[in-house]
Design a protein around this ligand. Structure first.
Ligand code: PFF
Length: 495
């Protein structure tokens, strides 16, 4: 009979639960390619990436997603271009970089779900178990993010079909704008594509982060880059490049509102997948000899480059076709079809472009579920597919609220004029992720011994050690607090 619980060999996970603070207890592996791996103190019960390079690719897969290609261009457009970009880049360097190092390090040392990894390190260092709240908040945040992320990924999936079918041939900005509105106005269509995307995500997650996924990441990431370049070249040829370039890189602080700081900081967390345990969960499966600092450098650079190329491509098209850079969440759906609809073989390239964006979304979506799945597999000893189905069902129910935010319930705006989609989006990016990041920085910066952290991170030179301590315990936490303080002043004191 089909059992909902793991077979005896994997059940040894329970012993992790009982004495989870003993260093690196190990039970069976759920990953096919890990079968037979010798038990060692540096392995996770959920499996390990098969190489350091694959860890980096998987983390890049988590980081590069809708945040870079769909979100970054439109929030840059809404927040005034160059000045916003500058603040965003500063947040990436001063906050994103150190917090990502800290988060991956916690996973790599803990080798368990984020909740249990933090708990284990807290116990080992005689700190309060309450630090595991970092993992709890991340787990809840991940499910909320996935619930609206999968709705947008559903739009992308619908566009794969539309582009391949040649629906946008010869279209201009007006036509693509109308088509987008018609699509999102239809609750049935949006629900259908959202459900399909969720089903595929949960199906793959349920099977484990296996070689199929690793191969998909390897093929898709370079192709996304190539197709973004195709869009960029199109924008250049159409003559919109310089205007797009100026819009993105011309820094004019009068265009930046105070709220733009919070948006930039929230997005730095979102785009790097930090502050909620996703990258910590991936760090738990990272090979022991892979260096955290070099991995983080690659992830941050690739993620930023993809966002910049996407932004340049989209703003070039915006200017070439007289559209508006502040078109909100629909920006990508209005601009990309214009580019591909007017290129030779555009339907094929356009369909492929949306296909790869869907893959990028997919490789991010699976990382959003990993903290919760790993935790419940550890705690309840349930089979991975059972946990995945339950998490998937909860996420789907939450997601329906975002599906209807664009049509049936668009007038339901319980606070600040925000729809359910806006509430989930802003709640997670403005609060959950930065506060999660703050807690991670404070935990690592103040509650773990510096020497241990330097050793874990293999930071050898004395000056680099102090730079690290300054970043994680002073610069990152204070910057996060200052941005919060300014936003609160603006909102509540009318400042
Ligand atoms: N970094 C992803 C993106 O830019 O699309 C989104 C994301 C994935 C956010 C995983 C948070 C996360 F934990």
């Amino acid at each position: 009979m089909l059992s909902l619980f793991a077979p005896p060999r994997i059940r040894r996970a329970k012993s992790i639960n009982a004495d989870r603070i003993k260093p690196f207890s190990i039970s069976g592996s759920v990953e096919g390619h890990l079968e037979g791996m010798a038990e060692s103190q540096n392995q996770s019960q959920h499996g390990m990436w098969s190489s350091g390079a694959l860890f980096v690719l998987a983390a890049v897969g988590s980081a590069v997603g809708l945040g870079n290609i769909w979100k970054f261009p439109y929030i840059t457009g809404e927040n005034g271009g160059g000045a916003f970009l500058l603040v965003y880049l500063i947040c990436i360097c001063l906050i994103g970089f150190p917090v990502m190092m800290a988060e991956i390090m916690l996973g790599k040392q803990g080798r368990m779900s984020p909740i249990n990894s933090v708990l284990k390190l807290a116990h080992e260092n005689n700190r309060s178990s309450k630090w595991s709240l970092i993992g709890w908040a991340g787990m809840v945040g991940g499910i909320i993010i996935l619930s609206f992320y999968a709705v947008i990924a559903g739009w992308i999936s619908a566009y794969i079909y539309q582009l391949f079918s040649g629906a946008f041939q010869g279209a201009d900005g007006g036509a693509t704008g109308e088509a987008f509105k018609k699509f999102t106005d239809s609750p049935a269509q949006v629900l259908l594509w959202f459900t399909l995307f969720m089903a595929v995500t949960i199906f793959v997650v349920a099977r484990g982060v296996n070689k199929g996924l690793e191969i998909a990441i390897r093929i898709c990431m370079p192709l996304i880059f190539v197709l973004l370049l195709v869009m960029l070249v199109y924008g250049i040829l159409q003559g919109g490049f310089w205007d797009g370039f100026k819009y993105m890189f011309h820094v004019d602080f009068s265009k930046l509102k105070l709220n733009g700081l919070l948006v930039a900081m929230g997005h730095a967390f979102f785009t790097l997948s930090i502050g909620m345990g996703a990258i910590m969960a991936y760090g738990a499966y990272m090979p022991q000899r892979e260096s955290v600092k070099s991995a983080v450098s690659v992830i941050v650079i690739v993620d930023t480059l993809v966002a910049l190329v996407a932004g340049l491509a989209i703003f070039s098209i915006v200017y070439a076709h007289g559209m508006s850079p502040s078109d909100g969440p629909g920006l990508l759906f209005v601009t990309a079809p214009v580019a591909f609809g007017n290129l030779p073989l555009g339907s094929i390239f356009g369909g492929l472009f949306f296909l790869f964006v869907a893959f990028a979304a997919f490789t991010s979506a699976i990382s959003l579920t990993e903290p919760a799945i790993a935790y419940f597999v550890e705690e309840m000893n349930a089979r991975r597919w059972v946990v995945a189905l339950v998490i998937g069902a909860i996420t789907w129910v939450l997601g329906v609220g975002s599906v209807f935010s664009f049509n049936l319930w668009s007038d339901f705006q319980p606070i600040f004029g925000w729809t359910i989609f806006d509430i989930f989006d802003k709640l997670t990016q403005w609060f959950f992720l930065p506060l999660g990041g703050l807690a991670i920085a404070v935990f690592v910066g103040f509650f773990l011994p510096w020497q241990k952290v330097w050793d874990y991170l293999e930071i050898k030179s004395q000056w680099a050690r102090y730079v690290w301590v300054a970043l994680i315990s002073v610069v990152a936490p204070i910057s996060i607090l200052v941005v919060f303080a300014l936003t609160i002043v603006q909102h509540f004191a009318g400042g």
